[in-house]
Write a protein of this length. Structure first.
Length: 397
């Protein structure tokens, strides 16, 4: 059974994390209380007594829930309480949308929109990160094994073959010799510069030091994939990382779809708060976390201010999908942009989840095959050189 059937895909799609589940419960209960005219603090106190919060790992979220209810009982508005207790856990556009809804007296509609987005769209980022983590771990494993072979194993075999039959020519030995030497003057210069900087380890092999630097860099990349910088604590780092993700060959398409989900969700939240299209686009562009979504919303707001119809301004070659285009045009014809953006966000989120599962279905056997071919190729070269050397020794009088 492959890993995508047991760990990676199911970890992100079958059961949400405790934090995601807690956010869904809190916002869902708030939406129900507001729509029914019940006090929000009393609804949260009732939620605090449910068995869900007694599970392992929910103590911290139970305290956050108690503090949130206490702030509401002390007279704070919902936006103030959310900003004080849950700002680091909610999507960035939620609190500004709630604040705008409080000013426009349309809080029930915004909370219902946010609750639906948290239930259907929030686990996407984790699911996409899980899909990216597996090839990163496979590449790191290949790097470790290949570095060990080329640093410790292959050079010893090359020296042994040269000592046994120095006059014999073998293409296998020529290739192994190239693999055991520094690959070109550029990397050789990097090795010398690296050794010059690290003076305390000048007795160590420069090739070993350079490979150690490569491995450390790969570990940093893997850490960035598994645990990226927080968008509000380190906005500049997160922005650079999002730009890199959106420009990668295969990953970029997934990341842009994730940005489309975030942009459509933010537009739906601000439209539900009573903003017009242009103001909702500007507010969403200032609060979304993904760099691609921010850029798209800025272009969308500029086109709206220039007088372009909103459906034509939203549908661009970068976001074009036949069904999404039809949803937007249909919503524009019925003059219901909120429904159009919600439909686009929900459908794109579902399509992205399916694509992540499909990616894992074919990516894992391809990566396993690639690792086997690369490592097996090095082993076959050593075996071919060994047999050539033994054959030459037998034929030598």
């Amino acid at each position: 059974m492959l890993i995508h059937d047991t760990i990676l895909s199911q970890a992100a799609s079958v059961r949400p994390r405790r934090g995601q589940r807690a956010l869904q419960l809190i916002v869902g209960r708030l939406a129900t209380a507001v729509s029914c005219g019940l006090p929000m603090a009393a609804a949260l106190r009732a939620l605090e007594t449910e068995p869900e919060w007694s599970r392992p790992g929910m103590d911290r979220w139970r305290r956050r829930l108690a503090f949130l209810a206490g702030d509401l009982e002390a007279g704070a508005t919902l936006s103030e309480a959310l900003e004080r207790r849950l700002a680091d856990h909610l999507p960035a556009h939620v609190i500004p949308a709630v604040r705008a809804a409080e000013a426009a007296d349309c809080l029930p509609r915004v909370l219902a929109t946010v609750a639906n987005a948290l239930r259907t769209q929030r686990p996407l980022r984790r699911q996409l990160r899980a899909a990216l983590a597996y090839p990163a771990m496979q590449a790191l494993t290949l790097l470790f094994v290949l570095s060990g072979l080329l640093i410790f194993i292959v050079p010893r075999f090359v020296r042994m073959f040269d000592e046994l039959v120095p006059w014999h020519y073998s293409p296998y030995r020529q290739i192994l010799g190239l693999l055991s030497q520094p690959p070109g003057p550029v990397l050789l210069g990097l090795e010398r510069a690296f050794v010059a900087v690290i003076g305390a380890v000048t007795q160590t092999s420069p090739r070993l030091l350079l490979n150690a630097l490569v491995v450390v860099t790969a570990l940093v990349v893997l850490a960035a994939v598994l645990r990226p910088p927080h968008p509000r604590r380190h906005p500049r780092r997160r922005l650079h990382l999002d730009v890199v993700y959106s420009r990668l060959p295969v990953v970029g398409g997934f990341w842009r779809r994730l940005g489309l989900v975030e942009a459509a969700s933010a537009m739906g939240a601000f439209l539900a708060a009573g903003a017009d299209l242009a103001r909702a686009a500007r507010s969403a562009a200032e609060t979304v976390e993904t760099a691609w979504a921010r850029e798209h919303l800025r272009h969308f707001a500029a086109d709206l201010e220039a007088g372009r119809p909103w459906d034509e301004a939203w549908i661009t070659p970068r976001t074009s999908a036949p069904l999404c285009d039809w949803m937007i045009r249909n919503a524009a014809a019925r003059e219901r942009p909120l429904e159009g953006f919600q439909s686009v966000a929900d459908w794109t989120a579902d399509a992205l989840a399916r694509r992540c599962r499909c990616l894992m279905r074919w990516l894992e056997p391809v990566l396993i095959l690639a690792n086997g071919v690369i490592i097996g190729g090095v082993v076959m070269l050593v075996a071919g050189a060994l047999f050539d050397t033994l054959y030459a020794m037998v034929l030598t009088p």
